[in-house]
Design a protein around this ligand. Sequence first.
Ligand SMILES: NC(=O)c1ccc[n+]([C@@H]2O[C@H](COP(=O)([O-])OP(=O)(O)OC[C@H]3O[C@@H](n4cnc5c(N)ncnc54)[C@H](OP(=O)(O)O)[C@@H]3O)[C@@H](O)[C@H]2O)c1
Length: 313
Amino acid sequence: MDFTTLGRTGLRVSRLGLGAGGHSRLGLSYGRSEVDAEAVVRAALDLGVNFFDTAEGYRTEEVVGRGLRDVPRHQIVISTKAGVGWQERRSTPDEYRNRIDACLERLQTDYIDIFHIHGARVEDYDYARDALVPVLKDSQRQGKIRFVGVTEAFGPDPTHEMLKLAVRDDCWDVVMVGFNILNQSAREIALKPYLERSVGMLCMFAVRRALSHPAALSDLMSKLAAEGLIDPKSFNPEDPLGFLVKEGGASSVTEAAYRFCRWEPGLDVILTGTGSIDHLRENARAINLPPLPTEIVDRLRAMFRGIDSVSGN
Ligand SMILES: NC(=O)c1ccc[n+]([C@@H]2O[C@H](COP(=O)([O-])OP(=O)(O)OC[C@H]3O[C@@H](n4cnc5c(N)ncnc54)[C@H](OP(=O)(O)O)[C@@H]3O)[C@@H](O)[C@H]2O)c1
């Protein structure tokens, strides 16, 4: 497994991170047992992954904690999060403090490496920074968390409006950003400015639904063409990104999608969400492969230039 340094945190992190959320939630979303989900966590460890992302809202913190329990704590990096809102209103600072303690309890750990404000919306951003970041800083002083992060709500915010605000503040050690072949708008808006500030960057939505389900990709591409956002002559509607395999030498569109993100400057860790150990093995292999050929990357950049309305969900 390839490793890198996560921006100013200095943490050594695997290039592939296991995400315990998304559509799969380690397989729990489609009926796998908690024992199976723990096995996915352990398979990731066996593949050399040391970065694990979960959240209060995913209801996977316990499973992740159990999957990691036999590993010396300093060998792994645990990222978790709690949103601004709880039970349809904003948490007070005291409530947020209690939510951090509850995350520690569920993860069965003494400290969390990165605690993020989860899915912050533009309208909540000032509150998050002024009322909740001080709680995170207190927790940092108490040794409960090591670094402070924020994640965007990429589905409703595909143009990165929250991250445009957050880049002005120096309180974020790490950000989680939506980026993939279909919506590369973060490159200029987020990746470059955060990289200049040495903020660690985690990539979510590398594959999501459209880049792992051929029918969903065809539907999305037809929609983009109908909206005039993509040239209908630039792709075959039956197999829109087939050239990644035929000409690009990738073994699948999904593999190409993870590789595309892996080699994007600024992105440190590419998160993969899966409940399948076979998929996890494929994805670990993809992350360790070289970049896609330059002409293929250039074609993807040109094809999706200007698209900032989709997440690939
Ligand atoms: N706002 C936020 O903070 C936020 C939002 C979204 C996500 N996240 C984090 O980012 C992580 C990654 O997002 P994501 O879970 O959506 O991940 P993703 O890796 O972009 O997409 C995962 C989807 O692709 C499928 N898949 C994965 N590998 C595959 C393969 N080799 N072949 C075919 N299908 C494959 C998975 O299904 P299978 O289970 O069948 O493999 C799942 O449906 C999340 O788990 C979460 O930790 C954070």
